[in-house]
Write a protein that binds this ligand. Sequence first.
Ligand SMILES: [Zn+2]
Length: 406
Amino acid sequence: MSLQHGAYLLQGKIQPYAWGGYTYIKKWLGEVPDTHTPSAEYWLGAHPLAVSKLVTEQGLVGLDEALAVNKEAVLGNKVVQTFDTLPYLLKLLDVREMLSIQVHPTKAAAEAGFAAENEQGIPQNAAHRNYKDANHKPEVMVALSEFWLLHGFKTPALLQEVWEQFPVLQPLATVFEQGGYKALYETVMTMPEAEADTLLKVLIADAIEAKSAGSITQNDPRWWVHKYYTNGAPAQNIDKGIFSIYLLNIVHVSPGEAVFQDAGILHAYLEGQNVELMANSDNVLRGGLTPKHVDVPELMKHVRFEPVVPQVMRGDATMFGAVNYPCPVADFGIDSVTMPANGSYQGLTNSLEIWLVHEGAARVHLGSNYHFDVIGGQAFAVFAEQRFSISSAQKTNLYRAFVPAM
Ligand SMILES: [Zn+2]
């Protein structure tokens, strides 16, 4: 199989995780909303769990198949030498229910953890397995709607406000003063169930009362505690992830703004839609708000125990209506490109670029006699070392995932 052109429409795959919404992704794709099956994520990339397909002159061709046959032509020599595969995965997310509190390992920790679990003979698909691969998983998200997430520990001054506002948490003030972030987090995550349940019942009852009084907004931890336990606290085994809603920063991101999640930063998406770009990995260590596997000792090894002042990025304008969100990693880069009606964008790729058309309509041109049209809800791939242009028929917003030049 040899592909004739250097760019094609690309079809991704929906992931129906339970926390996803029912309408946003389906509507974006131009499909009929499904009220029974959630559409949580739409994946664009070559991850083995959901490989995207190129729409070619020979029919649908898996990106994995194209890579197997034409790796250098698709990715470019440098990326093949450095990563051997497409180093990133691009997603569209529709977060209806809160996601688990999580942290991602560094590259070195992922390599060591993956090797250790292999040595112990833990099957790669086992539910209690922590390391699905040997890669790190830094990620960046650009909000498409008003978006809320938990991100990093609050500063000491903000924690002081938490102790004052929620007296039931006051004993944690001493723990924090004496042992810092590590002791604080270890205390709440390893607290005996009965003791944790007693504290959490007070917090949940308070959250439900505040919500029904209409006196709180999304900036208040109680908003999200109420969202997680809308019908009240269970009798026992209350999720200790609830503590993190009070200890971590609640961050509001407006459309077009971005947040980068580095290794070691505790985070959880709370609500909204975004475009997310990450290293090609599935390594997640969880800290609650989930029925999934939580391995506290393993989690503790990867959390950075330090205060975080969230950095919400507006991005830097470059050329042709592009705004770049700087990410301190070699695996990926992301631009938002907004073109007016009759606008023009000129591109030259150094590796495979995946473009997601958020909204609008445009034509992609390569050379003088090959082009195809795209509209909101579609994506396309441009192979390495291709000169191409995009002309917009109307106001169009696209997201460009790429590998930074090395
Ligand atoms: Zn994450």
